[in-house]
Every structure is written in structure tokens, then in C-alpha cells.
Design a protein around this ligand. Structure first.
Ligand code: PMP
Length: 453
């Protein structure tokens, strides 16, 4: 019999069919609302990737609070997706909701800073370290602007990224590694420029592949997550980050650490928790509690180099900006999150819960003899439908088994648990209770017992 991730294909197909039907049957109101709406959105959804969730039709959210969503049909769901990190500290936390209410009647965008902005800057340095900060609206933009500065001060053209990475819709990073060479990724809509002139792709955990590319002298910056989180999760091997830092210094490239997902690692992100030393630090998504906000910061010595560059730059557009960024609502939410939400105590709760979740999922995998494994980075837990640990993007790509993941996701949803759609990721927030974690472990165990009976 044909097997997929250790499951007989026929059993997987039966399970998937049954779970899809169960999802649909439980959501008559949602279905009617979707069917009754004018075809106003392209493909029926406001963001095209909302079609990429595995369910037969999208979920419509009616309410969200803490770590719970209620859908239009009244199903209460334990939310372990948490907006794929945007709501990692829970939906509408009290301090952020308060900050929004306080700012709501006082203007939403001015193109001028506030006193709160000054305090938010200080809170950023207190939380993440000594950087000179700028704000953006999305982590995508923060990465793009960081890359501009890196190219400006080094005068070099390329960014080095790792095979299997994702840093938002940053065009330059959309490359892969094929037979040891950098290649453009297939599937990019309307991509007409040659990305291999802007980027070079190395393999995570492979310092030799990094050094070979740095030796060309073309690399302005290495852009990486501390842990690869956007394929199946790949942890850095001991010494990898130290080696990366040394190589960047030796070859005059800047090190940009994108903490947008690894902010789950602990207070101050992976950088503070594990003592990394980036030249540029980037974080977005949850940093202002879900209010569209990202920040990027330069080390003081790099800020000086950038100032020297700026002194000689001809007048004209910088290529960094966006009008609605740096607005007072962002700063109010950023300050509230940094000082009242993203606290060491909150992380302690998240860490405990995530450890419990990872242990429960691992136990279920062992009990069912599934050739799967579990990885955890602080509050972030992932089950991977292949043996592990994974070493790099090649292995991560092979471990991503779409039909199995879709079926499991829908099965979990039918058992009251929502996990992140494009990988098997679960986040534990400060609002997530032990009962919710145990319910997810039971749901996962129940799904495995059907798949591996
Ligand atoms: N960096 C990383 C590591 C990400 O995973 C993502 C999005 N998943 C981004 C940046 C981009 O974030 P956004 O979509 O909010 O711009």
C-alpha cells in the first residue's frame, strides 16, 4: 500500500473526506453568508492566501478574545494560530485595547511624532538592546528598509538568504537553492527582474555555503531568522550563529536578524535569550499587539556609518517610508505592548504551556509510532510529519507533506482547535489556559488514533 508520512494513503483520503464534510455540515450560516455575498472580492476573499487554508471554505470570525475565537456558526475555537504570531500575546489584550480607546479620539495619523513615540523608542531599546530604531507598518517593509541601509553603507548589491526562508514579500529574498546554485523561486506573480542579481542563497546550518558566497565580495548583508520557521522548523546547530557572526565581520557584510517569528523564544526575542549580536534587528507582527507595526534598529556604530552615507547622498526619495507609518496609534499600542504585555512573566507562562504542549504531542506521536517529531522555540511549537531533527531547507521542504497536514488541520479544527495554516505551528499566549492546551493534545491524539489505527 502507498504510504504518506507513515499513513496508508487510502486511510488518509477517507479521513480527509470525512473531516471536510464534517466541517461543512457544522457551518450552514458561514456557507450561506459566503454564498450570499456579492462577488466583490477577487476570488471571494480579501487576501488571496485566505484560500490556502485547508478547509472546504473559509471560516468567518465573529468574535476574538484572549486565545479564543468564535466563528459565525457559534463554534468556540481554541486559537493556537493567533494570527500567525500577530496576536501571539492574545487577542485584544486589555492594555492594548485601553491604548486604542485612549488614542481613538485624538487623531489617527499626523506625520508627526508624539511624546509616547519617544517613550516607545526607549522601551524598544530596554527590551531588545542598544539599537537606533525606525518604525514601519509591516515586517516586510522593515526588512526592505534594513536591506536598503545595508546596500547603502556597504555599496554592495546582494542579500544572502537561506534556502526555505521567508521574510515577507521582500522581493529580493525570493530565491532558492538548486543544485548548489541560487535560483529564482517559481510561482512569483509578475516577477520580471532577475532576482539572482539581487540575492544569493545559502543552506542553513552550512557555514561553508555562506563563506563561498561571502567570498564573492557582493554580499551587503546576511538576512536570516535565528531559527528557520517558515518551512518546517529548523533549529540552528551549535556554533552556527557564532560562525555566521564571525563570517559577516570577516567579509564586511552586515548581519540582519529577523525576529518576527522567533520573538516567541523568550523576553527580548532569540537575540536577547541566546546572546546573538546582529547589526540590524527586525521585528513585526505582535510587537504592537496586532496593530500593524514593525520596527528595525541599527547598532549605534552602523547608525554612524549610515549618517556618514546620508551626508553625501543626493537629495531625493530615500525609497523608505509609507505615509501611514509612525502614526500615534502605532506608538500607543507599541508602548502598551512593550511595557505591559510582552513581560518576562508573560513569557514564563507561555514557556510553561508550550513545554506542556510539546510533551503531550510528542507522547502521542510516540504512542502511535508515527514517524513524526515535535520542535519548540519558546512559545512556538510545531509538529512535523517526518522524522527529525531537520538540518536545512532541503530537508524542511521534504518534510512538508501537504495532504497530511491539510487533513490534520481540518481534523483539529473539527475538534475545536485552530492551528496556523501553512505549517503545523501552534502558539501559546499568556491567555492560553492549561485546559486549552490539554484539549489540543487530546484532539491531536484523537486524530493520530484515526490515522495510525
Ligand atoms: N519575517 C518573517 C520571519 C516572517 O515570517 C514574516 C511573515 N510571515 C515576515 C517577516 C513578514 O511579515 P508581514 O507579512 O507582516 O510583513
Amino acid at each position: 500500500t502507498q504510504m504518506l508520512a507513515g499513513i496508508p494513503l487510502s486511510r488518509l483520503t477517507d479521513f480527509a473526506t470525512c473531516e471536510a464534510a464534517r466541517y461543512a455540515a457544522a457551518r450552514p450560516r458561514t456557507k450561506a453568508a459566503l454564498d450570499g455575498a456579492e462577488p466583490a472580492w477577487l476570488d471571494g476573499v480579501p487576501m488571496h492566501w485566505m484560500r490556502d487554508w485547508p478547509m472546504p471554505f473559509p471560516l468567518l470570525v465573529a468574535q476574538a478574545k484572549g486565545a479564543r475565537l468564535t466563528d459565525l456558526d457559534g463554534h468556540k475555537l481554541d486559537d493556537f494560530c493567533l494570527g500567525d504570531t500577530g496576536s501571539m500575546f492574545g487577542h485584544s489584550t486589555a492594555p492594548v485595547a485601553r491604548a486604542i480607546r485612549a488614542q481613538a479620539g485624538n487623531g489617527l495619523t499626523y506625520m508627526l511624532p508624539t511624546e509616547t513615540a519617544l517613550r516607545a523608542g526607549e522601551a524598544l531599546s530596554a527590551t531588545f538592546g542598544d539599537f537606533r530604531w525606525q518604525i514601519a507598518t509591516t515586517a516586510t517593509d522593515a526588512n526592505r528598509f534594513a536591506l536598503r541601509v545595508a546596500r547603502a553603507v556597504t555599496g554592495r548589491p546582494k542579500v544572502l538568504v537561506f534556502n526555505g526562508c521567508y521574510h515577507g514579500t521582500v522581493q529580493d529574498a525570493m530565491v532558492m537553492r538548486q543544485d548548489g546554485q541560487t535560483a529564482p523561486r517559481p510561482g512569483l506573480v509578475g516577477q520580471v527582474s532577475d532576482l539572482t542579481r539581487l540575492a544569493a542563497c545559502a543552506e542553513f546550518n552550512d557555514l561553508a555555503s555562506v563563506e563561498t558566497l561571502l567570498q564573492t565580495g557582493e554580499i551587503a548583508a546576511v538576512l536570516t531568522e535565528p531559527v528557520m520557521t517558515n518551512s518546517c522548523m529548523v533549529l540552528p546547530q551549535p556554533g552556527f550563529h557564532d560562525g555566521l557572526r564571525d563570517l559577516c565581520t570577516r567579509y564586511g557584510a552586515l548581519l540582519i536578524i529577523d525576529e518576527t517569528h522567533t520573538i516567541s523564544s523568550g523576553y527580548g526575542g532569540y537575540t536577547r535569550t541566546y546572546g546573538l549580536n546582529p547589526d540590524i534587528f527586525v521585528v513585526g507582527k505582535c510587537v504592537a499587539g496586532g496593530m500593524p507595526t514593525a520596527v528595525w534598529g541599527l547598532r549605534p556604530d552602523l547608525a554612524e556609518r549610515y549618517a556618514a552615507y546620508n551626508a553625501t547622498r543626493p537629495a531625493g526619495h530615500s525609497g523608505m517610508g509609507t505615509t501611514l507609518s509612525a502614526n500615534p496609534m502605532q506608538f500607543a499600542c507599541l508602548l502598551a505592548t512593550l511595557t505591559e504585555v510582552m513581560t518576562p512573566a508573560a513569557y514564563a507562562h507561555m514557556e510553561d504551556g508550550a513545554a506542556r504542549l510539546a510533551a503531550g504531542l510528542s507522547a502521542a506521536i510516540t504512542r502511535h509510532n508515527a514517524p513524526w517529531h515535535v520542535v519548540r522555540v519558546g512559545a512556538r511549537v510545531e509538529f512535523i510529519c517526518a522524522p527529525g531533527p531537520l538540518l536545512n531547507g532541503i530537508e524542511a521542504a521534504q518534510a512538508h507533506i501537504h495532504p497530511v497536514e491539510s487533513a490534520v488541520h481540518t481534523g483539529l479544527l473539527n475538534r475545536g482547535c485552530l492551528i496556523a495554516p501553512f505549517h503545523n505551528m501552534m502558539l501559546v499566549s499568556p491567555a492560553t489556559s492549561r485546559a486549552q492546551i490539554d484539549r489540543l493534545i487530546r484532539a491531536f491524539t484523537s486524530v493520530l488514533s484515526e490515522l495510525f489505527a
